[in-house]
Design a protein around this ligand. Structure first.
Ligand code: BT5
Length: 322
């Protein structure tokens, strides 16, 4: 109901009366008043004048449905949207509710995560509302063997969206976005499947936007950064989030039609590691190699000091720049 009232307030250029809101939404005027007070507690400045009604004067920096709708150009991605002030993990939340959503495209965003997760059970720091912590639910009609490529499609979408906003970034295979050698974004793709059939996939994106250095935990302060730190300005999170969704829907649709090449090319051109010496880390073991190229399956081709070559599969290894 709060969202509906907010929409009415946004859509009206002038004051909108309590009577009009109560009539449109079929609730009592007292309920309208209660909801307005609750919306104010979420940081919205709403003026109320006797005999005129309510008007929004200022909105908080939240990534809610109304804030993103201004920028969202997708057909289905984000058209079902859930916004929370706080969640354990957006990936974990979608996994719980996925069966309630038959159509793909649900996006869940939270202002804070209490237990944000990276790959292999690693921790993702996302305790403040200065980043984008979101997950999408998709039901691709592809073979389960194709799913590992989706991380590259997401990485290509994030880097292209940032480029559209004038921000140059690099993609560190398989799932990091890097600016000035610091990680500003991580991607986590999880799949729910039975035998060869994909029920759904959950794609989590954590993107650091308006944090200052002091916002980062000491554990990651040397490796992590935000757009604000690197670009020297504050960004509109809703615009960035919608731009990522707009880009991703296009690349994902192409990918589902068999065209992975567009995304692969972006990942290759924007690669942080191709041509560099790296360490391949597998089960704690660290081996020196050169990152040669990203092959047509999205695997990273590396050459070890022995001259032996290997195509690395997402999920099996990590790579570190030497
Ligand atoms: C990732 O894992 O990079 C995937 C991160 C995905 C996070 C999103 S947020 C929305 C959705 N819901 C979730 O619960 N998760 C997803 P990985 O490659 O394993 O990297 C994890 C490592 O990144 C950690 O061990 C830290 O070293 C580092 N790290 C943690 N938090 C960070 C942050 N905010 N910024 C940069 N680096 C961070």
């Amino acid at each position: 109901m709060k969202d509906k009232i907010l929409k009415l307030l946004y859509d009206s250029d002038d004051y909108i009366s309590g009577a009009k809101i109560s009539e449109t939404l079929g609730i009592s005027r007292q309920a309208v008043w209660k909801h307005i007070n609750s919306i104010r507690k979420n940081g919205y400045m709403i003026e109320s004048i006797n005999n005129k009604g309510y008007k929004i004067l200022a909105k908080p920096d939240v990534c809610d449905e109304i804030s993103i709708s201004e920028y969202l150009k997708t057909k289905y991605l984000g058209r079902q949207f859930l916004h929370f002030d706080e969640l354990d993990s957006t990936n974990a939340y979608i996994k719980k509710i996925a069966t309630d959503y038959k159509k793909e495209g649900l996006v869940v965003l939270t202002e804070k995560q209490l237990a944000g997760r990276g790959r292999l059970g690693r921790k993702w720091f996302s305790q403040n509302s200065k980043g984008i912590w979101m997950s999408m639910m998709l039901r691709p009609k592809i073979s389960i063997f194709e799913v590992s490529k989706i991380t590259q499609v997401v990485a290509a979408a994030v880097a292209s969206a940032l480029a559209d906003l004038g921000i140059d970034s690099k993609i560190k295979w398989p799932n990091d976005i890097i600016i000035n050698d610091k990680k500003i974004c991580g991607i986590l793709v999880e799949m729910n499947s039975e035998e060869n059939h994909i029920n759904h996939i959950v794609i989590g994106i954590g993107l650091n936007i308006n944090q200052d250095k002091s916002d980062f935990d000491s554990e990651i302060i040397d490796i992590a950064s935000s757009l604000k730190i690197e670009m020297g300005k504050t960004y509109n999170r809703a615009e960035i989030m919608a731009t990522v969704l707009n880009k991703f829907e296009k690349l994902y649709d192409e990918f589902c039609m068999g065209n992975f090449e567009v995304s692969r090319k972006i990942c290759s051109e924007k690669s942080y590691i191709i041509g560099s010496e790296i360490y391949v880390i597998n089960n704690g073991e660290k081996v020196k190699a050169i990152a040669k190229s990203l092959n047509e399956d999205g695997k990273l081709l590396v050459e070890y000091e022995s001259g032996q070559k290997e195509s690395l599969i997402y999920g099996e290894v990590s790579v570190r720049l030497k």
